[in-house]
Design a binder for this molecule. Structure first.
Ligand SMILES: Cc1cc2nc3c(=O)[nH]c(=O)nc-3n(C[C@H](O)[C@H](O)[C@H](O)COP(=O)(O)OP(=O)(O)OC[C@H]3O[C@@H](n4cnc5c(N)ncnc54)[C@H](O)[C@@H]3O)c2cc1C
Length: 416
């Protein structure tokens, strides 16, 4: 695998940078693989990478109907944190944060993980009680999270307006190890590292059907490039999971919604951390390019429309201008949408399914980017061993039948 060291950059610069190899191959699909992953987002690519790296399964294809990283992985606002309330979620997201911390070195690719802190603002007594409960619960689970007073919030993030607004800031919960990572680099880093271990990434190839044999077990997928055989299929198709799983006859407990975001024109470093406010419905961070990255809540209706809309942008910017009044002068550059798949308890499903050989990783809703390495890691384990990793064992499909919900939605009413 080619290295990206300072020396290599210098050496190849002398040759006009003509000697770099492509980051990954563009192979035609083989007739058969040991494992097919549907969806080349960060989760699918990470699963393929860990299948090869940790389980020695390299005869793997990742099938993508568009271009890799073109789904939610390339559309999200890149917030990474693990300060979830329930033990099951804290274990899952903390597994991911620990992998984020060493990911650039592991992939030999700079994913630009920036632990600049994630600050969740409290605007009322209910927020304060809820966040303090999170802080205590997180500490019991070994996850860093601390309560800041309003003055400490201002000190940590000086651009914030803490008083003259509809809902003054009365404090906040800060996870210092949280932050952001560069979304494209995450997809590209996993793609390159998986490809180097022999995984075939097949882009512009849509899965149209899942073929099942007489026993009910999967036999392979019908695609726009023909039939591809595999005894194991892992679906990581985010907003289109219901559509793909219906191809195998499974109805999923999912609803798909558009989720929107926008960025400003780039400016000099002006915002030092990630700030989230559930009460006034906005969150913001500054990318390394200088743009203010701003996110909204999900649209109020289900849809497969991957587009931004002005009324959502306006509502979100109202909130941002209250939080940071000087940003009123910023011009907005672009807005967009992604399709997120939401479960009834707002926690993901990473599990075997009733169909032999079919596995699913979905339901990440508005907050799956932060889990990318951890999710791929435990999904690979589940596929390779035909049994869940202890971390994803509670995240079953059956919990919606049996009632063992992991109800982060009720706990936090939180996005991302
Ligand atoms: C605007 C927005 C902001 C967000 N902000 C955050 C955030 O700040 N922090 C956070 O943690 N999360 C955030 N999220 C959520 C996060 O983006 C997702 O949970 C995560 O990226 C999902 O990754 P994935 O790999 O599962 O999905 P994707 O990247 O969407 O990959 C799924 C892939 O499956 C492919 N596919 C679908 N159907 C088929 C088919 N039939 N055949 C072949 N391929 C198919 C798609 O083309 C797609 O590329 C946000 C999402 C959005 C939309």
């Amino acid at each position: 695998m080619q290295k990206f060291s300072g020396f290599e950059l210098f050496r190849r610069a002398l040759g006009g940078h003509k000697s770099w190899q492509p980051q990954w191959r563009s192979p035609e699909p083989k007739a058969e693989y040991d494992v097919i992953i549907v969806g080349a987002g960060g989760h699918g690519l990470a699963a393929a990478y860990y299948l090869a790296k940790e389980h020695g399964i390299t005869n793997v294809a990742v099938i993508e109907r568009g271009w890799l990283g073109g789904g939610n992985t390339g559309r999200n606002t890149t917030i990474v944190r693990s300060n979830y309330l329930f033990d099951e979620s804290a274990a899952l997201y903390e597994h991911a944060v620990k992998l984020w911390e060493g990911l650039s070195a592991d992939l030999n690719y700079n994913v630009m993980y920036s632990a600049r802190g994630v600050l969740m603002l409290a605007h009322n007594h209910h927020d304060e009680i809820s966040f303090k409960r999170h802080v205590h619960s997180n500490r019991l689970n070994g996850v860093d999270n601390e309560w800041l007073t309003a003055e400490q919030v201002k000190e940590f993030c000086p651009p914030l307006n803490i008083t003259s607004m509809r809902y003054p800031i009365i404090g906040g919960a800060l996870q210092r190890r949280g932050g952001t990572a560069r979304h494209d680099a995450v997809a590209w880093g996993f793609a390159r590292a998986a490809d180097a271990r022999g995984v075939d990434i097949i882009q512009n190839c849509e899965v149209k059907a899942i073929r099942r044999g007489p026993s009910g077990a999967v036999e392979g997928v019908e695609t726009t490039k023909g039939f591809i055989r595999a005894k194991k299929i892992g679906v990581s198709a985010a907003g289109h999971t219901s559509v793909v799983m219906a191809m195998a006859g499974l109805r999923m407990p999912l609803e798909s919604y558009p989720l929107q975001a926008l960025v400003s024109e780039p400016v000099k470093p002006a915002f030092p951390t990630v700030v989230m406010s559930n009460t006034i419905h906005a969150y913001i961070s500054q990318s390394d390019k200088g743009e203010m990255v701003i996110g909204a809540g999900t649209d109020a209706y289900t849809s497969y429309s991957q587009r931004g809309a002005l009324h959502i942008t306006t509502h979100t910017l109202d909130a941002i201008c209250e939080l940071v009044p000087q940003f009123r002068r910023l011009r907005m550059l672009r807005n967009w949408g992604g399709i997120v798949d939401v479960t009834p308890d707002r926690s993901p499903i990473i599990a075997k399914t009733p169909v032999p050989g079919l596995y699913v990783n979905c339901g990440w809703g508005t907050g799956g980017f932060k889990a990318t390495p951890g999710s791929g890691n435990v999904f690979a384990h589940t596929i390779a061993r035909d049994a869940p990793h202890p971390i994803n064992a509670p995240f079953t499909l059956e919990r919606f039948r049996d009632g063992f919900l992991i109800d982060e939605a009720a706990a936090a009413a939180v996005a991302h």
